[in-house]
Design a protein around this ligand. Structure first.
Ligand code: SF4
Length: 494
């Protein structure tokens, strides 16, 4: 069971969405850039894009802060006190910068991401070492913004010109790409118009905008030709995707997925994160029809109480959600469902909380993320009456997480003995071990030679761990003929 922020931005905020820190690498350059990424998969994707944009400027990525000519913090605004944490990190960077200055080396510092968007000029005011503040829609302008900063200007760029960003991503897709990890993210949509009363995303990422289909297909083809076998489509509200198709019509996510499933070498597709109201028939049918669309769905509901759902401005009821789950399971009976839950939203009574617990019992999740409500400045929830005491929130969260943990264990245990395809992604902790992902997004560990990284193998699940599954390669079989699972042969009696 994972504790997580309460918006669907991180769906990214999915099973792999806990705070991540990552640096990106690129070869053949003379200056060094250190990018630290916080938050969701969309930020991971954006950090990759930033290093792509900086490569032609002569920047090579480094994971050594002290070696960096340029430091970029790609920030996330979801966590409580996110801005304060950024300022404290900037304090540490200031010391490194001072140290470098003693040996005659310069260091430029940039703050990107949602904290940059939310705080703007305040960042340069409070942290004078910051040369550049850049919002999520302006990364394509990094080279020119850096030039301005080099000339001594304190640069703040937080305009919402998302179309320009997407146009730039398209240009990037035309260039050759390096060999990539077998699983990658691809942003297809940004922003959100839903205005849930607890969420900052509509304020930090702006209105919903979808990339045109042709851009996405081009980028996905380039990814496939560079070794990517699984793509997770990203969007703050990804199933609201409504991009322009090559035929001039507006395509929804289901149609986009069908098109992407035709790309050679792209064997697995996922998407995250979704809003229940945008789960249309075409998308559900895509789950039914496409072998490459993995049987996993992150579909946040946040609360099981109609009163709280209304107060959260979720614009659906618990019964709407139940009906939706029935339709999805009608199409893919064994799908792994994941969700997000907020406990202690203003006005949540014991009865409301019990409605949430009842919903969880009735749906049955393979995993879920949960979080205590916390007030985010500028959102309507922050000024609502009837804020719930911390102790009550903590007790409810513990109860809810215990229930989800039970369900997760049961779902994992139900995989024991199954045969399924596993995408082997990297070396494991122990010698001779590789780690991959099951169709249901569970980590799978198994003994296998390193040259199988990047391949999909038929695996029998032989043991269930607390957070991952253990498998063994099925000799003589490359992949199962089914992307989900096939039952293992029945054991011989006696
Ligand atoms: S749907 Fe609601 S929770 Fe999700 S990103 Fe939009 S406003 Fe935030």
């Amino acid at each position: 069971m994972t504790s997580r922020p309460e918006t669907e931005q991180e769906t990214a905020q999915s099973a792999v969405c806990a705070i991540e820190e990552k640096t990106e690498a690129k070869a053949g350059a003379t200056r060094k850039v250190f990018v630290r990424t916080y938050g969701c998969q969309m930020n991971v994707y954006d950090s990759e894009r930033m290093t792509d944009v900086l490569a032609p400027e002569g920047y090579q990525a480094t994971d050594d802060l002290e070696d960096a000519d340029l430091v970029i913090l790609n920030t996330c605004h979801i966590r409580e006190k996110a801005a304060e944490k950024v300022y404290s990190e900037l304090g540490r960077i200031r010391k490194v910068k001072e140290q470098r200055a003693k040996s005659g080396k310069d260091m430029m510092v940039g703050v990107a991401g949602c904290v940059a968007q939310a705080e703007g000029e305040e960042i340069s005011r409070r942290a004078p070492i910051v040369d550049l503040v850049v919002g999520p829609q302006s990364y394509h302008q990094l080279p020119s913004l850096l030039n301005r900063a080099r000339q001594g200007a304190k640069v703040v760029e937080t305009e919402f010109d998302i179309d320009a960003k997407f146009d730039h991503l398209s240009e990037r897709a035309e260039r050759p790409v390096q060999k990539r990890a077998p699983a990658a993210f691809l942003t297809v949509q940004e922003g959100c118009d839903k205005f849930c009363t607890f969420c900052v995303v509509p304020y930090t990422r702006g209105a919903e905008v979808s990339r045109p289909v042709a851009q996405i297909v081009t980028e996905a083809e380039r990814m496939a030709s560079s070794g990517v076998r699984e793509v997770t489509l990203l969007g703050q509200n990804v199933n609201a995707y409504h991009g322009q198709g090559p035929d001039g019509a507006t395509w929804g996510l289901g149609r986009l997925l069908r098109r992407l499933s035709e790309i050679d070498g792209l064997d697995r597709l996922r998407y995250t994160t979704s809003h229940p109201r945008d789960m249309d028939d075409d998308l559900i049918e895509a789950h039914r029809d496409l072998k490459s669309l993995m049987p996993y769905l992150h579909l946040p509901v946040q609360s099981g109480s109609d009163k709280i759902l209304k107060s959260m401005n979720r614009r659906h009821t618990r019964d709407d959600y139940f009906r939706l789950i029935d339709r999805i399971r009608g199409a893919v009976p064994d799908i792994a469902l994941s969700g997000d839950f907020i406990v202690g939203f203003p006005g949540e009574t014991d009865r409301d909380f019990e409605d949430t617990m009842d919903l969880i019992r009735r749906v049955g999740y393979g995993s879920a993320f949960s979080f205590k409500y916390s007030q985010r400045p500028g959102t309507p929830g922050a000024t609502m009456d009837d804020q719930v005491p911390e102790a009550v929130k903590s007790a409810r969260l513990a109860e809810l997480q215990a229930l989800v943990s039970e369900q997760q264990k049961a779902f994992n245990a139900s995989r024991l003995g199954m045969h399924c395809d596993v995408l082997l992604e990297k070396k494991g902790r122990n010698a001779g071990q590789l780690v991959g992902k099951s169709p249901w997004l569970q980590p799978v560990q198994l003994d296998a030679p390193e040259n199988l990284v990047g391949t999909i193998q038929a695996v029998e699940i032989v043991q269930i761990g607390s957070n991952s599954l253990f498998g063994r390669l099925i000799e003589g079989q490359d992949e199962t003929d089914f992307s989900g699972a096939i039952p293992a042969p029945a054991a011989q009696a006696g």
